[in-house]
Design a protein around this ligand. Structure first.
Ligand SMILES: CC(C)(COP(=O)(O)OP(=O)(O)OC[C@H]1O[C@@H](n2cnc3c(N)ncnc32)[C@H](O)[C@@H]1OP(=O)(O)O)[C@@H](O)C(=O)NCCC(=O)NCCS
Length: 152
């Protein structure tokens, strides 16, 4: 099941973002402080015991621009459409908010292409570069992420 994140999910979300598999694409860890203050951005996938097994965030960037970030599904639960459901739940929320352009920065281009995202030059995302990239240790020479966009 996919549901909005709650305050008692924060430790599990933090763990998911910290402990991705070494072969996984890059997922930036986020501090507890960031997670508490941005908790309303998050949806989680939970199992029958309400244990968090995946997460995804919709971050509002600008007028008519939002970002999908912090997407992880626990390895044991991959391939069950949870990643798709997490992203699609965030996209529906974006439409509800009136934001019809959503991007992600990712190394998992095939997965996002499967969901309808298309590759886009980073230069169209100036706001993102100003907000986050400048503070990222991988920016600019060690970043392998590709910008992908979906128009809703
Ligand atoms: C990427 C990730 C979230 C996918 O989650 P998942 O729950 O296994 O994906 P789903 O089962 O929802 O897959 C949805 C569709 O995408 C396809 N897909 C899944 N992973 C894919 C991949 N790496 N490449 C191409 N297609 C992929 C599936 O085959 C499925 O296709 P279908 O709808 O035609 O059956 C998961 O592999 C993960 O957590 N990876 C590590 C963290 C990461 O890379 N996050 C993204 C960084 S931005």
């Amino acid at each position: 099941m996919i549901r909005k994140a709650r305050i008692d999910d924060v430790k599990a979300i933090h763990g998911l973002l910290m402990h991705t598999d070494e072969h996984d694409a890059l997922v930036l860890p986020r501090s507890f402080s960031q997670l508490y203050s941005h908790l309303r951005d998050f949806v989680v996938a939970v199992d029958d015991d309400d244990k968090v097994i995946g997460c995804c965030a919709l971050s509002l960037i600008w007028e008519n621009l939002a970002e999908i970030r912090s997407l992880v599904v626990l390895p044991a639960h991959r391939g069950k459409q949870l990643g798709r459901q997490l992203v699609e739940t965030c996209l529906r929320e974006s439409v509800t908010l009136g934001i019809l352009k959503v991007y992600t920065l990712t190394e998992e281009t095939s997965f996002f292409a499967h969901l309808g995202f298309v590759e886009e030059g980073m230069e169209s995302l100036n706001q993102k570069i100003f907000i986050d990239c400048l503070n990222c240790p991988r920016f600019p020479d060690h970043c392998n992420e590709v910008a992908m966009i979906i128009n809703l």
